[in-house]
Design a protein around this ligand. Structure first.
Ligand code: SAH
Ligand code: SF4
Ligand code: F3S
Length: 465
């Protein structure tokens, strides 16, 4: 039987895990940093109810796949993963299989019909209730869908006890806003994540202080549109730029970043914050999507390319060594070769250090999906390849500008590149592989590195001791 439930998130009870053998949960995440943060949160909530994370699905009592539906490819990957999980469920009927995240929100019951071996489907607003969902399956054995939106005005993440399954890394994400009210015509996010809701500043400061006390050196403020932070619903309302100034006062915090920004909500005060706050790292991810005004309008981005470029010109003159990255969609319905040329021109002009480039993929329920998907796949592929080649050249050039220079790198962990010991990020968000310094350096330290080479999106260099 199929039941669609609305459950309220009760206070999460603390589990006396230290006296018990813990059950094993295998977690798999698709999609953006928001989903990664949601998976981390589910890990934490489940930890408090007696589960520890395993990296082997064969050992798991519970498997959760946190899904994404931003493009068709993301969905296909999920379905092929579940194809493989089915045999685990057949050989171990006690195994619980849950699908969470944006695809769950979008497709709901359809997923139980398509994959009858699934135990439950949950949307992104239900992460706090993951332990209840698992209990419900254990006690009833009935599959269910839990996809209601949280109707509160404010986004709040309940505090759990100090016990953590693991310490935060040197760089930690903190959700400040969820949802999106922009309704770009190609995008499912406003439908899967619901309306924009911000967290109260005090709750954020508390979480950041806690992470810093536990070893985090860098905080990345997270949201689909962080610049819209604090616009509605907060008791202690505060615009985004003010939040930056306030977070920067937290003792022990060394670096601050944020992602993602929308050009229309990105204010001049935020440019000033880059200039005023040394700890606000000199990188901005500002999606442009297209360089053509007609396409931007059809995408409902609500700004012109001239406005976008003016904003970047102002930012570059205030912060000359800022590095920029972007998102680009090629093959949006009606995009001509000339329209596409405008995108290449903007890429040339801005000189992004990296771009995330996508072929347009019609998504169910979005306004653009009602337009004829007029650009043939072959043309989308060709345009995508052109943007990728242009970006690789630009990335190489941008990278070369660091060669011979000393850069400050927050070490995040071990490098997987042969001959290099550590890896981390410089202020401009380049990945840096470091050789030397093994006896003096460690994760969480800031190393001074002489850059020797560029390789793809990474810089390689030697620690200066
Ligand atoms: N909130 C961010 C990013 C959202 S999703 C923003 O506003 O920019 C990340 C990226 O996926 C988008 O920036 C867009 O480039 C891409 N994307 C979203 N929907 C898409 C679709 N239907 N087809 C192809 N790419 C898409
Ligand atoms: Fe999607 Fe646009 Fe919102 Fe970004 S701003 S999440 S692209 S609707
Ligand atoms: Fe995907 Fe949802 Fe993020 S659709 S990109 S996981 S907000």
């Amino acid at each position: 039987m199929l039941v669609v439930v609305e459950m309220s998130v009760a206070k999460i009870a603390r589990f006396p895990y230290s006296f018990c053998i813990m059950k094993q949960v295998y977690l798999n995440t698709f999609g953006c940093q928001m989903n990664v943060a949601d998976t981390d949160r589910m890990e934490l909530v489940l930890f408090h109810s007696g589960y520890q994370r395993t990296l082997e699905k064969e050992d798991a009592d519970l498997i959760l796949v946190n899904t994404c539906s931003i493009r068709e490819k993301a969905e296909q990957k999920t379905f092929s993963l579940f194809g493989g999980l089915r045999s685990l469920k057949v050989s171990n009927p006690d195994l619980i299989l849950g699908l969470t995240g944006c695809l769950g929100q979008q497709e709901g019951e359809q997923l139980l019909k398509r994959m009858p071996y699934l135990d439950f489907v949950m949307g992104p607003d239900q992460v706090e209730g993951i332990a209840q969902a698992v209990d419900r399956v254990r006690s009833t054995g009935e599959p269910f869908v839990w996809t209601g939106f949280d109707h509160g005005k404010v986004y709040s993440i309940p505090e759990l006890s100090d016990d953590l399954p693991r310490a935060p890394g040197p760089s930690a994400f903190v959700n400040i806003i969820k949802g999106c009210d922009k309704f770009c015509t190609f995008c499912v996010v406003p439908f899967t994540r619901g309306r924009e809701k911000s967290r109260e500043p005090e709750e954020l400061f508390g979480e950041i202080r806690h992470l810093v006390n536990r070893g985090a050196k860098e905080i990345i403020l997270l949201g689909q549109n962080v610049n819209s932070y604090g616009k509605r619903g907060l008791k202690n309302a505060m615009p985004f730029h003010e939040l930056l100034y306030r977070v920067a006062e937290i003792p022990g915090l060394q670096r601050l970043r944020f992602t993602t920004s929308h050009p229309n909500d990105f204010t001049r005060e935020t440019i000033r914050a880059y200039r005023d706050l040394d700890m606000l790292m000199n990188h901005l991810h500002l999606p442009v999507q297209s360089g053509n005004n007609r396409v931007l309008k059809a995408m409902r981005r609500d700004h012109t390319i001239e406005e976008y470029l003016d904003l970047l010109a102002e930012l570059k003159s205030a912060v000359p060594d800022i590095s920029l990255s972007t998102d680009i969609i090629v093959g949006f319905p009606g995009e001509t070769d000339e329209d596409f040329e405008d995108t290449l021109k903007v890429m040339e002009e801005v000189g992004y250090s990296s771009s995330f480039m996508f072929a347009y993929s019609p998504r169910p329920g979005t306004p653009a999906s009602e337009l004829p998907d007029s650009v043939p796949d072959e043309t989308k592929k060709r345009r995508l390849q052109e943007t990728i080649s242009l970006q690789s050249r630009r990335t190489e050039q941008r990278g070369q500008s660091f060669v011979g220079k000393n850069v400050a790198v927050l070490i995040e962990g071990k490098s997987s590149k042969p001959g290099y010991i550590f890896k981390g990020r410089n202020p401009q968000y380049w990945n840096v592989n470091i050789r030397g310094g093994e006896s003096l350096l460690r994760a969480g330290a800031t190393a001074h590195v002489q850059v020797e080479q560029v390789s793809g999106h990474s810089l390689n260099g030697r620690a200066i001791l």
